[in-house]
Structure formats: structure tokens, C-alpha cells
Design a binder for this molecule. Structure first.
Ligand SMILES: Cc1ncc(COP(=O)(O)O)c(C=O)c1O
Length: 326
């Protein structure tokens, strides 16, 4: 089966557990968390699941080099660098902006993991990948491109499989989840969760929280997710007609823009840290957790619902934004 063909990188399954103090505070909601901050790859995160399939594809194609792109504090790039270290592949990262005086957070980790870092100014979404690929090919290398955020169908398979993992945990814990909140940014996580939800008949209401409202390669995030879902349904033999309404993203919480830390993210980080001892990140999970808190505070979903927050990681970025989170 296609889903079994992967290069193992993560500590899977990640824990699924109740947030007891938060559930008490937001009663009568029952709130659970899926700990993809514990996937293990150089401090974990959701991209580990995608990279298991992407790295396997690179190895199947006989590649010796990986190229990918992101922001300077990209968790995806840091996990890609770690995956490359394990798989003995050379890693090139194209990161937006100019070289800072000091490296910290994810950027420092990517450097320690021996990624070759190229700073690409305004381009933080892989606009310069093809140019670098051609250059490396002329040098005799065999590069494999991992798209921005690891978000194509290959990467999304990681989250199709994650839904299978969730299903067996729910069965073992005799639990049904009604609503699932998570951060959606380049769309692969959302596409995989959407396909996995249908493939495994979980009937969970997905609430993707938009993190970055800018377009990627001329597509809105919802269009990008729909494209991956439509490609994936053929591969996975899912008989369903998907439309944009099946991949709706809540963009009410990303007004400030990508990576801008407001009092909302800080409040969410403190809420989970101070009640449960779990650390969110300032860019993705802080924003998504804040959205969930807002839904629960305003009773935007039915009372007594079982609500799951998918913690997608991102912890190292906190050290880049320390001053803004006091
Ligand atoms: C911590 C964290 N959460 C969520 C996401 C969003 O995942 P996706 O890009 O698949 O939408 C990212 C992407 O970089 C991330 O680093």
C-alpha cells in the first residue's frame, strides 16, 4: 500500500490526551490534544510526517540533495535539515530576508544541522528553487525539490496516515472527536487531514485556522488545498466530489499577517503553558489555539462537544520572539 512506503523519521504515534485543566476551565467542552510537537525530529513538528514520504520519494529517485524553502524561522526547513542528516542527503534551504547578525531559534538549528542556507530577500516561498536546482545539476548533483511547506500530495500523505493513527487511538480510548482545530499555512496538513477524515470515516468537523493570507504561486490557500485533495482522492480511491466549501479556512485570526505576534498569540501561549505545561509556538499554534479559545468562549460550537487541538509543533521559534511575548 502506498501509505506504507515511507522513510521512518518520527516517534509515532504521537500522544493523544485530554487537557484536564483546560477542559475544567472551558466546561462543558471536553478538550483533547494531539502531540505532533513530540514527533522527535530535532524538536518535532507536523512536517516530520510529510518528510517521511518526501524523503522516501527523493531516495527512490536516486537523489543526493534536497532543496526547500521557507521563512527564516521555518519549522519545515529545520525539520527538513534534520531529515537530511538522518537520510545522508545534502540540504539546501532558501530562506527569506537577509542574513541576520545572530542566528537563533529554527535558523540556528538548521545551521547546526548542516543545511546550506541561502538568503533570498523578499522570496520566502521557494521562488528561486528552480534556479538553484539548475546550478546544482551543472555541478553534477541530483537535487530533489521539496515544495514550500512540504505541501504537495506526497507530503500530505503523512496526514492521511495521521488520521489512521488518530482513529486507532480514538478506538482504544473509546472516544469520538466532534471538532478538530489546527493551523493551516501551506495547506498540506489540511489536505491530508481532509482526505484521511473521509478515507477513515471519522466524521470530524475540521476547523483549519489560516495563518498566512498571502497567495502561494498565484493560488489562494483554499485553492491550493483543493488541488491536493482532488489529486489525492484519485490515488486513495475516495468517491467524493470536493468543492472549495470542503476546504474552508477560517481567516478571522490572521489579520495581523504572517509571523506577526499579537497579544492573541501571546495569550494563547500563556494559557496552555500555565494550565497544562505545554508550549505552543508564536506563529502557527499560538494563533490556532487562540482561535479555539475564542470559539469556546463565544460558544460558537455546541456545548459538551469533544474538541481536539492538533499541536503541530514550532517550539524553537519562541526564542526568536522572546521580547515580543513578555
Ligand atoms: C508549527 C506549524 N504548524 C502548522 C503549520 C502549517 O502546516 P501546513 O504548511 O501544512 O499548512 C506549519 C507550517 O510551517 C508549522 O510549522
Amino acid at each position: 500500500m502506498i501509505l506504507d512506503h515511507k522513510f521512518d523519521l518520527g516517534f509515532l504515534p504521537t500522544p493523544l490526551h485530554q487537557l484536564k485543566n483546560i477542559s475544567e476551565k472551558y466546561a462543558p467542552y471536553n478538550i483533547f490534544i494531539k502531540r505532533d510537537d513530540q514527533t522527535g525530529l530535532a524538536s518535532g513538528g507536523n512536517k516530520t510526517r510529510k518528510l517521511e514520504y518526501l524523503i522516501q520519494e527523493a531516495l527512490d529517485n536516486g537523489c543526493d540533495t534536497i532543496i526547500t524553502a521557507g521563512a527564516q524561522q521555518s519549522n519545515h526547513c529545520r525539520q527538513t535539515a534534520a531529515a537530511c542528516a538522518i537520510a545522508k542527503l545534502k540540504c539546501h534551504l532558501l530562506l527569506g530576508g537577509t542574513a541576520p547578525e545572530k542566528f537563533n531559534g529554527n535558523l540556528l538549528l538548521s545551521h547546526l544541522l548542516d543545511a546550506q542556507i541561502h538568503f533570498t530577500g523578499k522570496h520566502r516561498k521557494g521562488e528561486d528553487i528552480d534556479r538553484l536546482k539548475q546550478k546544482l545539476e551543472l555541478e553534477g548533483k541530483k537535487p530533489f525539490i521539496v515544495p514550500y511547506g512540504g505541501s504537495n500530495l506526497t507530503g500530505a500523505l503523512g496526514f492521511v496516515n495521521a488520521m489512521k493513527e488518530l482513529k486507532s487511538q480514538l478506538t482504544a480510548q473509546n472516544l469520538k472527536i466532534d471538532y478538530l482545530f489546527f493551523a493551516s499555512s501551506s495547506g498540506g496538513t489540511q489536505a491530508g487531514l481532509t482526505l484521511g477524515n473521509d478515507l477513515h470515516h471519522l466524521n470530524i468537523n475540521l476547523i483549519p485556522v489560516g495563518i498566512d493570507k498571502s497567495e502561494t504561486q498565484g493560488l489562494s490557500l483554499e485553492e491550493a488545498v483543493l488541488n491536493i485533495v482532488n489529486e489525492g482522492k484519485l490515488l486513495l480511491n475516495i468517491k467524493k466530489e470536493y468543492t472549495l466549501s470542503d476546504v474552508k479556512i477560517n481567516n478571522d485570526y490572521n489579520e495581523a499577517g504572517y509571523g506577526v505576534i499579537t497579544k492573541n498569540e501571546t495569550e494563547a501561549i500563556k494559557e496552555l503553558a500555565q494550565n497544562e505545561g505545554i508550549i505552543l509556538d508564536p506563529v502557527y499554534t499560538g494563533r490556532a489555539f487562540y482561535a479555539m479559545m475564542d470559539y469556546l468562549n463565544k460558544n460558537k460550537i455546541p456545548k459538551n462537544a469533544n474538541v481536539l487541538f492538533w499541536h503541530t509543533g514550532g517550539f524553537p521559534a519562541i526564542f526568536n520572539d522572546a521580547a515580543k511575548m513578555k
